[in-house]
Ligand binder design. Sequence first.
Ligand code: MN
Length: 310
Amino acid sequence: MNSEDLLLALRTGVTPFLGLPQQLEPSAVPGVVLGAPFDGGVLNRPGARLGPWALRAATLGLGRAAMPFRLQGHDLGGRTLAALDWVDGGNIPTRPFSIAQALDAVEAAVHGWSSLGARTLLLGGDHLMTLGALRAHARTRGPLGLLHLDAHPDAGTGEAWGTEHHHGTWLRSAIQEGLVDPRHTVTLGVRAPRFDSEEIVFLLNAGVRLWTPMDLKDPRLLSQLQGDIARVGQMPAYVSVDLDVLDPAFCPAVAEPVPGGLSVLDVFTLLACLRNVAWVGADIMELAPTLPGADDSARVAAHIALQLLS
Ligand SMILES: [Mn+2]
């Protein structure tokens, strides 16, 4: 957003993401931001269907030139403006009453843009919507590499709830449908207590690399971590950020916060490992602005988006 965009947003009351031009019809732009206002897959605390509005509003006044990570002898002025030439494609018309229709709507909308070569950034919405975006990108690109930041493994089955899909099942579906290559998939920050070890065993057997916050803090594992993240970029890459990867101290307004999580700076540092990877799609999921701490949580989400895009 530049200062003219800011004045326009204040004048009109409309806050496109980062002040980008709004464009609802797909075209061959470098990238598009799409809202996915759906939370019918949430088991516990709803509200993520309103996430796209809060996330856009939190970018009001945010400069597009992210501060360099280092100014002491490193990285001087090397970062480009975020989302230069991207557009805000508005929200995907997900219907709130049907998981299947919502997934189809996200897949169709993302495919409409990605098939023309646009990169996509999805604003959640609950984490199940990632499955629609992965289906769309895999349709044009084949199996994807995946960098997944999350407190939860999201490889459950919906069986106990009498459903195939909810916001904790999409990664299992993505592997089973061949949308992501599990040997090029890394889940970072996982720590939520489980009822059993089935999800973790499923992911490990598939070849997914899993890192807890404690693992991420271990300096002896740094080169292994960098190697795992580098493998994501050997495929067309997708980056999925569940905001609950953050400690609730930083981002409490999510459906299922889990203490013991990452700091904002931890997340920036991990995303910096992808700076030379031209990911095809990314998302920032689970912001639920109906919950306490919504304003601060949305701000954190907006800054993570800026880091992803710059
Ligand atoms: Mn998740």
